[in-house]
Structures are given as structure tokens and as C-alpha cells.
Write a new protein. Structure first.
Lengths: 300, 263
């Protein structure tokens, strides 16, 4: 299968089940909502070392937010329920509670599984905090030096979240790889229910499980896709490929991942790109398999 | 099960009608004939819902009342859930001892809106009462939890002895609001004389008021314009005595250059 001369490999991305939450941050202006959201989602590229994966999903107009202010929605993913609650508490407490004029709301109100992640943060109010219930949901008014910080107490937990959807852009050089990756990120940007947790939405350090040289390493460089190691390893790179970049996607559902991969791969099929591939572990580790050719509309 | 239960007044009752106990949570499990058989009081005489209303629909927690009920007391009293929508006015003790659900009144409400049973230590303990007209005295008295929102004014002694919860009035608030208030919130957007037993705290834009007004406007069409949503309020803390954690929030103007367009 080819798209505009770019070969689509007959392979699949292997992804994992994750717990997910959507955090809606509003503020007096979009500038401050983004400021809080950027901190909330900072250092959250991979659960391997960051304990969670998070990124901004999209900006929200006042018509879309609970308090009619400009806002930002962010998605946060973890491997288990306990960790999701802890990460939400830590991050909301350190980034929204601290940010001027920011408030924090649950973005998954229809999800039945709830985490009272902001309940612990009420104690920052030192017994001056006030609880209010609006439309059946509890909020905490925490007194701060600029007035009050408003935090919704509980957050919906999506149990069917998916982490680790991905595709690889195999290009003739770094210029072509970056152009394609940036085009793919732009195409995915703002799509509902999906985030790209890595810097600028792109990963250069794709990994394989474990290590050939160091015991105890959870992951190490994916040497099969490193162009500088072509003579030393069982390379997966076709001739003429000198740079590879990866997009990793986390989503609230498999459908969200598929739609984003379709848009991203289509945008990435540009001059200088030789092939699109995907990372997997033989299909034995992750329950979600995203077959590239199926996603792009070709029969498997 | 139907989309909703509609009670239409046949003729204005010639005695005071007490609708205590005719609640959406009860109608949710009753047939039309069973709803028509619910007891009500007409003056000192026991009557049936079917004697006063045409009953349409059954087994639904969404109940509409159509017709003039301006003298009827106890509308929505002891509600625990569902929606009771009155297309008109209600009399005294509407939402008495209410514990849950939404009571919507398109017209006015009488005395003791959301209050307690006679002699009780607490008034409503949950749910929302939303009145699109005005309300009489002692609205939200002894409130323990929940919301009373009034688009017009409220009478004297609003929020008397509030333990918690929120009383919102877009119109003027009568004299002596929040006497004995422990932890309740009174939001006054249309003028109020704050009792001397309250202490001024600050002028600010309370985020929970913004959230509350936005929620009411979007869900129920409550007539608070966007300018009011972005309003600035003076916060007064009281009432004097323990614990004294109640508040009266007095609307003072618009923030961010908003202009009031309507109310």
C-alpha cells in the first residue's frame, strides 16, 4: 500500500489499556488557563519515568466551559486507578491551585467511575475552605491570596483508555522527517479524546523492551530503527532512510486513536518520507492492535 | 412509563390547597389512577389529586403542574428527587423540608420557601429550588444544604438561621437577611442592607458564583445575563457568634468591562 508514494508497511501499533481523566482548566484569560495547563501536563511524556502521560487536548471557548471562561482541556493517563488519583491530586494541587484565577473542573462528567482527586486539596484551606454543590457536583472553595480557588471534587475515570498508539515516519533525512512529523502533529492537534504526550508531539528515542547490555533496564534504544547502527544490528530501515521520528498517541478510546492515526499518517505522507511503520511487541503485550493498512482504508 | 406527569388544574380551588406529599419521587412509581388518588388537603377537608387536577402521564419523576396555584401551600414539600415544574406561582412553604431534586416555579413563591417543617431544627437539606418570580419572607430559613435561587426579590429574614447551602436573589433582599447564619451563602445581586453583625472581607469575583449562575442559565434558562455572571461582589462574613462562617455576597458591579443588559 502506498499513499502519495509513501509505502505503508503491513504492520500494527500495539497499545495498552490505561486509566484516563480529562481535566478542564479555566481562567480569567486564555493566557492563564494555558499557563496552568502547561504546568499540569509538564514532565508527563511516559509512565516509565514520569508516572503518567499527559498533554493538552485542546483549547475551549467560554461556551464550552462550566464557568463560561476561556479554558483548556488536558488528558492524563496512568497504568492503574490508584496512580491516576494520586497524579491528579499532585498536579492539580501544584499547578491549578497555584495559578492566578484558575479553576479546575472534571471533563468526563458522564463517566460512572469517579475519583475524589481534589478532596484532599481542600485541606490547604486550613478549615477556612467552603464546600458548594452545584447541579449535584461538589466543589471546593479554597481561600488563596488573590481570592478563592474553585476545584471540582471528583473526576471521571475512563477505564477504557488506550496508551501507546503510534506510528513511525521513516524519512530520507531529518528535514523531511521533521516536516512530516510536524504536519502529522498539526493534523491531530485538537482532535477530541487524544493527545500526543511527547515534546511537540514527537519522539526521537523510540525504545525496545529491556536492554541487551544492561540488566535491570526497563527499556533501551530501539536499535533496529537507529540509522547510525545500521551495520551493527538487524536493522528495520529500508535503504535510503536516514532519520526516523515517532508519534505516540494516548486516547480515551480505540476509536479516538484510530481516527488520529489516520489523520496523522495521511498528513505525514510527504516528499522525502520513504515509509510509515509502527512499533509493536509481537502482539503479545498490548490488547489493542492498530493495523496501519486497515486504518488507512486498505483491506488487511 | 411516560415522558412525564402533567397535572392541570381544573378550576381554582375555593379553599387553600395543601399539596404536601405530591412529589416527583412518588409519581415515579405510580400509575395515573394512583397519582389521582394521592391525598391532598383542601382547607380542612381531605381530597384527592384527581378532584383538583386532570392527570396525564404516569410513572415518571418529571412532573409538571399547570394552572393557577398561587394559594397552594406545600408545593414540592419533602421532595427527594426528580423535577417538579410549576407553570405559574405557588403559595407558602414551597419546597418545605426538601431533600433532593429540582423544584422550578415559573411565577412567584410565598413565605418560607425551602423552609423546615413546623418546629423542625432544619429546613431543606438538598436539591434546588428555582423561582423565576419573587419570593416572600424567610426564604431559605434554617437551610442545611442545597440551593434556593430567586430571579426577583425575596422578603424579610431571608436565610434566617442558615446552617449551609446557598440562597441567591437577583432582585432586592428584604431586611435582616442572614440572621443567625452559620455557614450559609446569601448572594444578593439586586440590593441588600447588610446587617451590622456582618464584617466586610473584600471585593472580588467569586468563582463559585460565576459557576452557579452559568449552570442555572444554561440548564434552566435562569435570567442572569453574561455581564452579571462576570460580576464583582463585596464579601461580608457573619453572622456574629459561632461559627460565624456564613457570608453575604453583594453584587457591586461588572468586571472585565461587561455591561448589564437585562435582568
Amino acid at each position: 500500500m502506498e499513499i502519495r508514494g509513501v509505502f505503508i508497511e503491513d504492520t500494527f501499533a500495539e497499545a495498552f489499556a490505561m486509566r484516563a481523566a480529562r481535566v478542564v482548566i479555566t481562567a480569567r484569560t486564555m493566557k492563564w488557563a494555558r499557563a496552568a495547563a502547561l504546568k499540569l501536563t509538564g514532565f508527563a511524556t511516559s509512565v516509565i519515568a514520569c508516572k503518567c502521560e499527559a498533554a493538552i487536548e485542546r483549547e475551549l471557548t467560554p461556551d464550552e466551559t462550566p464557568d463560561a471562561r476561556p479554558g483548556v482541556s488536558a488528558l492524563l493517563f496512568t497504568m492503574d486507578t490508584d496512580s491516576l488519583g494520586k497524579r491528579l491530586t499532585e498536579r492539580i494541587g501544584q499547578t491549578v491551585l497555584t495559578c492566578p484565577t484558575a479553576s479546575c473542573f472534571d471533563g468526563l462528567p458522564d463517566v460512572p467511575d469517579r475519583l475524589p482527586a481534589a478532596r484532599a486539596l481542600r485541606t490547604f484551606g486550613d478549615r477556612f475552605q467552603i464546600s458548594k454543590v452545584v447541579n449535584g457536583e461538589r466543589y471546593w472553595r479554597v481561600p488563596v491570596m488573590e481570592g478563592e480557588c474553585l476545584l471540582q471534587e471528583s473526576f471521571g475515570m475512563q477505564k477504557q483508555g488506550v496508551g501507546g498508539g503510534n506510528f513511525l515516519i521513516l524519512a530520507q533525512d531529518i528535514d523531511a522527517a521533521l516536516d512530516a512529523a510536524e504536519a502529522a502533529v498539526a493534523a491531530i492537534d485538537g482532535m477530541p479524546g487524544v493527545i500526543l504526550p511527547f515534546p511537540g508531539g514527537v519522539v526521537r528515542s523510540g525504545s525496545k523492551i529491556g536492554s541487551r547490555g544492561y540488566k535491570g533496564m526497563i527499556a533501551s534504544t530501539n536499535d533496529a530503527y537507529c540509522p547510525t547502527l545500521r551495520p551493527f544490528t538487524a536493522t528495520a530501515l529500508p535503504d535510503g532512510v536516514n532519520a526516523v521520528l515517532e508519534l505516540v498517541l494516548d486516547g480515551l478510546s480505540p476509536d479516538a486513536i484510530s481516527a488520529a492515526m489516520r489523520a496523522g499518517i495521511d498528513a505525514a505522507c510527504r516528499p522525502g518520507v520513504r515509509a510509515i511503520s509502527a512499533g509493536n511487541y509481537g502482539g503479545k503485550l498490548g490488547p489493542h492492535h492498530f493495523h496501519l493498512r486497515q486504518i488507512m482504508g486498505a483491506p488487511v | 412509563m411516560s415522558d412525564g406527569v402533567v397535572l392541570t388544574v381544573r378550576a381554582r380551588p375555593d379553599a387553600r390547597l395543601d399539596l404536601t406529599g405530591v412529589t416527583p419521587d412518588r409519581c415515579a412509581n405510580l400509575s395515573a389512577s394512583e397519582i389521582a388518588g394521592l391525598p391532598v388537603w383542601l382547607g380542612a377537608t381531605e381530597a384527592r389529586v384527581g378532584d383538583i387536577f386532570d392527570v396525564r402521564g404516569e410513572r415518571s419523576a418529571r412532573v409538571e403542574i399547570k394552572g393557577d396555584l398561587g394559594d397552594a401551600c406545600g408545593v414540592g414539600a419533602r421532595m427527594t428527587g426528580g423535577l417538579l415544574h410549576v407553570h405559574g406561582s405557588v403559595g407558602d412553604d414551597a419546597g418545605q423540608a426538601m431533600a433532593g431534586g429540582v423544584l422550578r416555579v415559573d411565577g412567584h413563591a410565598g413565605e418560607r420557601l425551602g423552609g423546615g417543617l413546623p418546629g423542625a431544627a432544619r429546613g431543606m437539606t438538598g436539591g434546588e429550588i428555582v423561582v423565576f418570580g419573587s419570593a416572600g419572607g424567610s426564604a431559605g430559613a434554617l437551610m442545611r444544604r442545597g440551593l434556593v435561587a430567586v430571579a426577583g426579590g425575596v422578603g424579610a429574614c431571608a436565610g434566617r438561621g442558615m446552617m449551609a447551602g446557598t440562597l441567591l436573589a437577583l432582585g432586592p433582599v428584604g431586611e435582616l437577611p442572614g440572621v443567625g447564619n452559620k455557614r450559609g451563602s446569601i448572594i444578593a445581586a439586586g440590593g441588600v442592607a447588610v446587617p451590622a453583625s456582618y464584617r466586610f472581607a473584600c471585593a472580588y469575583e467569586p468563582p463559585h458564583v460565576r459557576l452557579l449562575l452559568t449552570s442555572l442559565r444554561r440548564r434552566l434558562g435562569f435570567p442572569c445575563d453574561p455581564g452579571l455572571v462576570a460580576g464583582r461582589f463585596d464579601r461580608y462574613c457573619g453572622d456574629a457568634g459561632e461559627p460565624g462562617k456564613g457570608e453575604i455576597l453583594v453584587w457591586t458591579g461588572y468586571a472585565n468591562g461587561h455591561e448589564r443588559t437585562s435582568r
